[in-house]
Design a protein around this ligand. Sequence first.
Ligand code: LLP
Length: 418
Amino acid sequence: MNHFQFRDGELFAEDVPLARIAAEVGTPVYVYSRATLERHARVFSEAVAQAGDVEVAFALKANPNLAVVRVLAKMGMGADVVSGGELDRALAAGMTPDKIVFSGVGKTDDEMVHALDTGIGQFNIESEEEGRDLAALAAARGLTAPATLRVNPDVDAGTHAKISTGKAENKFGVAISDAPAIFARLSALPGLNLRGVALHIGSQIFDLAPLEAAFARVGRLVADLRAAGHAITHVDLGGGLGIAYRPDDVPQEPSAYGAMVARVTQGWGVKLMFEPGRMIAGNAGVLLTRVIRVKPGSVHPFVVVDAAMNDLARPALYDAYHHFEPVTATTETMTANLVGPVCESGDTFAMARETGVVAQGDLAVFRTAGAYGATMASTYNSRAMVPEVLVDGDRYAVVADRIPAATIMGAERVPDWL
Ligand code: LLP
């Protein structure tokens, strides 16, 4: 359920016609719906509350826009961050430090010191080496870092290879078989309060079975760690729940996920933590674009839109499907190749897509663009950095400016010896 719906044949974001945003802000532009963000945050939080004592941290990487994060902070969510930059954003958006979890396989000393000084709630340690570095940095400051050890449960999440993280060959966490020994060595270090384990097996997961298998393995690990005398109080189950991109996609209901978690984790007696990203933000955003022109193709025409792979990288990177829809409803259809203006063939949103008819100057959206959309944008081909808008009922605000190519060029220097 999202708040991008047609009214009298025109697509609205909540109570604002998208055509108005296009006229006033220009295109391409990301448009987010506050009500949708809030709804998803509520539905997910209620679903996992079935499992007892829970804490939900939004994975900032999915959409780190300050206004978006502020919406979620106001709902009591925490933040899962993976860099010093994301940590600063979470704080600037109003997240309290104790609700911030720091994940990521390459935390630098500077980033760990910054997070220690800030007093974040938890570090998810990804290797024994990182644990030793963090312990030393904390001890040198007279601090104790609250931490979990991220384990790699070696399960196949059944999703795209580039967004799988829980197989033995992936770079994340420590092998679950090595975890007891590493846990014992790290927990003996001053500077660390190693209090649990974490995992995250991948993203856009439709099947609950691999998640359940991974959680069950972690449950056995928790029992083993306790048997070895460790106090385990926190388990971070990561994110990963898939969402509908295609009109006929049937993703798992958050309530089914929550029920599975409640069943598998029954009796663990820990605080359960979650790091959803896509589930919260994905369907809360669209990429609004205008058709530059339609040119004939050898089989199907090319609809050239003013959004491109630099604005929405997912189709080029993961062959991802984003539903394309004209902003003015039409019953006439066409089969077209949907492409951007960037000079490479990878700048293709879809080949042979059946869509409502569009012509030069028409507005359209790529749906489900609120997660891993704007945050993965670049200025490739010296294009502007795409702006973002947040709608709230009948009002909206530009929450990230369009950064013109000239401004970006202005940050470059030609040395005087050239
Ligand atoms: N926690 C950790 C440790 C993660 O690595 C991720 C995502 C999440 C939580 C949030 O996962 P989610 O609930 O959003 O599935 N750019 C890719 C997705 C990369 C996901 C990376 N990690 C895409 O556009 O599909």
